[in-house]
Design a protein around this ligand. Sequence first.
Ligand code: THU
Length: 130
Amino acid sequence: MTDQELFTYAQKACEKAYAPYSRFRVGAALLTKDGKVYTGANIENASYGATVCAERTALFAAVLDGRREFTAIAVAAVQPDGAYASAPPCGICRQALSEFSDGSLRVLYGTPQQLQEASLGSLLPQAFGL
Ligand code: THU
C-alpha cells in the first residue's frame, strides 16, 4: 500500500462525511500492521460537541473489528468551496490514536498533489497516559 493509495481511501471516505454545520468534510484511512484499511468520516451533530472526527470514527471501527496495531493514517479534508485543506488530526484525535500506537505512527495529510507526513510523536510529544 503506497501513501498515495492510502490517501485515496481517505478521499473516498470524505464522501461519507455528515457535515451539514461546518460543511468541512474529512475522511480518514487507518492502515493496520497486516495491511488492512479502516476508513472513517466526520459525523456532526446539532449539539456541536457530540460531533466525532473522521480519525476517531476510523479508529473505533478498527478497534471494534479487533485491530489494535497500526502503521499509518491518512487524512483528507475538503473545505466548503471544494478545495482540499491541509489538516493534520486535531488534539483529541492525536490523543485517541496514541492509545493504540506509539510515536512512530505515520500521519499523512495535505492535498492529493502534495502529501505531507509527520509522526504521531512529533504531533503529540507528550501524550497523556495512566
Ligand atoms: N474534524 C475532523 O474530522 N478531524 C479533525 O482532526 C479536525 C476536525 C471535523 C470535525 C468537524 O466536523 C469539522 O471537521 C470542523 O471542525
